[in-house]
Design a protein around this ligand. Structure first.
Ligand code: FE
Length: 258
């Protein structure tokens, strides 16, 4: 029987969640590890990432950053106050956290600028071919899929994996020192906020997904959530691959128009 899930243990301990969620997390672990072990982070943490790839990364990932509150608003539109504890929890959390995400776009631009990629480039350059895998998937799942699926795919999976890699770079003194001293603190702010040790958002998102689905949801629903989480991880890996292997400098829209 499917019973209500209410978090009683520690929010940041996977053992506090229903067995199906523990199983979902472990069965997607391989795809998540692919992101964490991506060569992008090795190059960044040793401060050896070349300027072309740095630019491709800042430009290629930007649409997900810019659009993140938009994904959350799609999720918010699916909630109905009073319908279920999951709806209420999701609604309250989304309303609060869309506001928190507000500044993150600006912090990303600060990071880019500090890393030598101008604001104008990030705002207007054409992303590397194929790099929009993650942005397109997030848009699709947020707009068209269930509330549980969209929160699992974006707020749990994307933010969770982002927490892992942000921490890798934020921990690197070599990386910090590679940024010009003036503006360094502001340049590192985005990483600082997203590094896993400071960010409980993915756990909060997992709690919401479990509150919506309960302790023992139907197998097809579990499989669907797994699939969505996995697609987020794979989409993120593809996005990073395309930013890394794009051969030439991406051209700005202005250059394309000229
Ligand atoms: Fe954020």
């Amino acid at each position: 029987m499917n019973a209500r899930f209410e978090l009683t243990g520690s929010q940041t301990d996977i053992a506090s969640y229903p067995l199906w969620a523990q199983d979902m997390v472990s069965s997607c672990e391989d795809a998540r590890r692919q992101i964490v072990s991506h060569p992008m982070w090795d190059a960044m943490k040793t401060a050896t990432l070349d300027p072309v790839t740095t630019r491709n990364f800042m430009v290629g990932v930007w649409p997900v950053i810019e659009r993140f509150p938009g994904y959350m608003s799609h999720s918010l539109l699916k909630t109905r106050y009073g319908r279920s504890p999951g709806d209420d929890l999701a609604r309250r959390w989304l309303v609060r956290n869309i506001r928190v995400e507000q500044n993150h776009a600006e912090y990303w631009l600060n990071w880019a600028e500090s890393a030598g990629v101008s604001r104008e480039d990030v705002l207007t350059a054409e992303p590397p071919k194929g790099s929009q895998a993650l942005a397109n998937w997030c848009e699709e799942v947020s707009r068209d899929d269930s509330l549980a699926a969209s929160i699992a795919a974006t707020n749990y999976a994307v933010e969770g994996a982002t927490g892992d890699w942000s921490q890798i770079i934020y921990d690197s003194q070599a990386y910090a020192e590679s940024l010009p001293i003036s503006g360094r603190k502001a340049g590192l702010r985005w990483l600082q906020l997203h590094a896993a040790y400071d960010d409980t958002h993915p756990w909060e998102a997992l709690e919401i997904v479990c509150t919506i689905l309960g302790t023992n949801p139907p197998v097809d629903q579990i499989e669907h959530i797994k699939e969505c989480v996995r697609r987020s991880y794979i989409g993120m890996s593809i996005t990073l691959d395309r930013c890394m292997d794009a051969p030439a400098l991406v051209r700005t829209l202005n250059e394309v128009a000229a």
